[in-house]
Design a protein around this ligand. Structure first.
Ligand code: THU
Length: 137
């Protein structure tokens, strides 16, 4: 696969974040890396808890970390897992991404080099947006 330099570094950042995943309960480890509109990289990994429902996904943690740094414009997110096939983001993470970047490009990578890409619009058509719903009432 011929990666552009920038998508290669985003993929590598997601793979590095994967090394920090804290997933002792599911053993499903995930890393994520966001590229912001001003070219910065912000990473996240999944973080589980012995109270299972408190698990935070890698993508949501990356978005939260970026927002905490005042960064809210996102161009692209890379996801990395140890699964045999590239994993798309879960439904909740799609909604989180939609809040800030409805046009974001999403790429997912496995450790052994498989890749899949989508736009958020493909994965979350008809996203919930509070003001739009109000407008229809
Ligand atoms: N997980 C993510 O980090 N991102 C997703 O998009 C799907 C699921 C995590 C949550 C949990 O720690 C583990 O994967 C298994 O669901």
């Amino acid at each position: 696969m011929d990666h552009s330099k920038s998508s290669t570094s985003l993929r590598e950042a997601a793979l590095r974040a994967l090394d920090n995943a804290y997933a002792p309960y599911s053993n499903f480890r995930v890393g994520a890396a966001l590229r912001t509109s001003d070219g910065r990289l912000v990473t996240g990994c999944n973080m589980e808890n012995s109270a299972y429902g408190l698990a935070i996904c890698a993508e949501t943690l990356a978005v939260a970390s970026a927002v905490s740094q005042g960064l809210t414009g996102f161009e692209e997110i890379a996801i990395a897992t140890e699964d045999s096939e590239p994993t798309p983001p879960c439904g909740a993470c799609r909604q989180v991404l939609n809040e800030f970047a409805p046009r974001i490009r999403i790429s997912s990578y496995t450790r052994d080099g498989k890749e899949a890409s989508w736009t958020l619009d493909e994965l979350l058509p008809h996203a919930f947006v509070l003001n739009q719903s109000r407008g229809r009432m």
